[in-house]
Design a protein around this ligand. Structure first.
Ligand code: ATP
Ligand code: MG
Length: 252
């Protein structure tokens, strides 16, 4: 079932046209990687699906409803965005931070159920051992997991991740991507994540959107769209692609 439908969207920051004529669908349980050079519109695309940014043209539908018609609190139950630049306030414990992900569901005070769901989200990212730690005392890999746990605590249908593997060591990069994959499969979550690493996009997504200058350059299955020609056109870098290893190697 289609859970996200983006139709002919245009986004502007004052005079800058950041996205132009963007259309695509995302299905339940599907992982979509958004790739493209710096400034090509990846973060902007995630923000329009999250409803933080409004397109000047076109529409975004979540579960067949136009995002502009969904009250903010309701939308926050359905869509969770994990950005790169989350400001971490000192003196906050991991569990209390993850509980803030329940905010769209909480009317007055968190209930036992909210705490249980938050603890389960921490377990899902294998960080339940960190519940009592102060947020500022975590490594970047640990913090990244906590940010994802908070997003999951909202029990969304759609998870949006902006460069989830940047700042992580090799092991954590793979662990986070494997985690995203299993969550998507187990909970039928639709995931859109921006990635700079094309090999990761190749290995961990069902569909790739390649952006260039705010437009969809191409979209499709990773093995179809990630070709030497596409990558050279979009990045001006020559690459060799190993189809067995699913690896994209720059030729320098
Ligand atoms: N708040 C803003 N005000 C004005 N222009 C902006 C703003 N945010 C982004 N832009 C511009 O919109 C375009 C798309 O930016 P966006 O952040 O979506 O790119 P990106 O693909 O995420 O880049 P990166 O790989 O560097 O994260 C760029 O030209 C950028 O300069
Ligand atoms: Mg970005």
């Amino acid at each position: 079932m289609v859970i996200i439908r983006v139709v002919d969207v245009e986004v502007r920051y004052d005079s800058v046209k950041a996205l132009d004529s963007i259309s695509f669908d995302v299905f339940e349980g599907e992982i979509v990687a958004v790739v493209g050079p710096n400034g090509s519109g990846k973060t902007t695309l995630l923000k329009i699906v999250d409803g933080i940014l409004k397109p000047v043209k076109g529409s975004v539908y979540i579960d067949m409803k136009n995002v502009v018609d969904i009250p903010r609190k309701q939308l926050a139950k359905e869509v969770s965005l994990v950005t790169q630049s989350t400001y971490v306030v000192p003196g906050i414990k991991v569990i209390d931070f993850v509980l803030t992900g329940r905010r769209p569901h909480i009317d007055f005070m968190p209930t036992r159920k909210d705490i249980e769901i938050s603890l389960n989200a921490l377990k899902a990212v294998k960080a339940d051992n960190l519940v009592d730690r102060d947020l500022t005392e975590l490594s970047s890999g640990e913090l990244q997991r906590i940010l994802i746990a908070r997003a999951l605590a909202a029990e969304p249908k759609v998870l949006l991740l902006d460069e989830p593997t940047s700042n992580l060591d090799l092991r954590f990069q793979i662990e986070i991507l494997n985690l995203v994959k299993s969550l998507s499969r187990e909970k039928s979550l639709a995931v859109i994540m921006s990635l700079h690493d094309l090999t990761q996009a190749y290995r961990f997504s069902d569909k790739v959107i390649v952006l260039k200058n705010g437009r969809v350059y191409t979209i499709g299955r990773p093995d179809e769209v990630l070709t030497e020609n596409v990558i050279e056109d979009v990045y001006q870098v020559r690459v060799r692609i190993d189809r067995v290893l699913k690896a994209i190697i720059p030729v320098v």
